[in-house]
Design a binder for this molecule. Sequence first.
Ligand SMILES: [Mn+2]
Length: 425
Amino acid sequence: MIINPNKLSSDSKQIANHNEQFDHLASRLSKQNIEVPSLVDKLAAFQVAIPSWALGAGGTRFGRYSYFGEPASLEQKLEDIGVLHSLTRSAGAVSLHIPWDIPTDYKAVKELAFELDLRFDAVNSNTFQDSVGAKHSYKFGSLSNTSIGARQQAIAHNKEVIKIGEKLGSKSMTVWLADGSSFPGQHNFQTALSNTQDSLKEIYKSLADDWKLFIEYKPYEPYFYSTVIQDWGTSFMLANQCGEKAYTLVDLGHHLPNTNIEQIVSTLMFKGKLGGFHFNDSKYGDDDITVGSIKPYALFLIFNELVYGMANNPQNPELSWMIDASHNLKDPLEDLIQSLEAIQITYAKALLVDQDLLKQAQKEHDVSLCQEILQEAYLTDVRPLVRQARLKLNAPLAPLQTYRNLGVREQLIKERGKNTVATGL
Ligand SMILES: [Mn+2]
């Protein structure tokens, strides 16, 4: 399904309302010496990749409920992302998961992506489940396994993923290693880490000069006692061991409760080693729920460090942004629209922080003023800025409402039926 661009324009009443709100905010911000047009340009340019596994119903350990009309093929997944992108103009990339989404016809897939104005962001390898007919099992690990056969099979898979990405025009691969142990004594920590390091170095050899390797970390799950790449320090160490094309990837949900994620982001950017960033939100753990739905102020503080790093750390590369969420209750497309909205809103708030004034207040140890500066930005209703960016890109002012008005899900069900199931967990 491809939305007719003529159906995306907002009505004159909506536009008049928006103009009034935008003019009011823009004149207020201009008085604070904020360059509103360049801020709107930054918002318009911000693009987030959608993973190919986020378009169907997600499951929990206990069950999975369909939304109907789920994409049954890679082409249909691209079309769904195309719908998101035309509604928001901020989802202009796709992150493929291998082996769930191996293209059968590369030329056709690339042409479709081009037509939908989508580029291929990082490709993702999977050694957290066994593929059909595989010689070795990953039950006791992949890149860290004590069995050399399992390790070699996992290395070969990662190299294959790079090859697939190259054919599509991707420039990076993300490794999230599920390896770990569920019981004390099960792993020799040093052996597991050493095997992982050697395996990653071997994979790294296959990277072209203009490619990046992202190493994602997570402190727990799927195993209960230990994870081989448990935290940013381990990921950072492994990335350094691999070389300058290897980076750490931060996923918001992959931290223990109350971790100061903004400080992690800041440290990594200072060292030029933050390569990728996965958005989601959580209450208890890796809940993978809608961005900004639980801890919007924490997200703002993280974005504040990202914005600071993007402006002050030329040693850090441009980041690969992706939404890594799972949809158990909401229509996945509606949920992703809400996440994209939350990302843009929070980015806009972070761009409002008066960094010069903050630096001065920090120098003078004016702790109260430091807090006031952050709160001033956070409490500003920036939605007119986000809408202005959309207007500039010919996207509807209210994407979710437009999605519903156009009856997108109903049409997808009509086209695809009720029984399609998207690949994924
Ligand atoms: Mn992730």
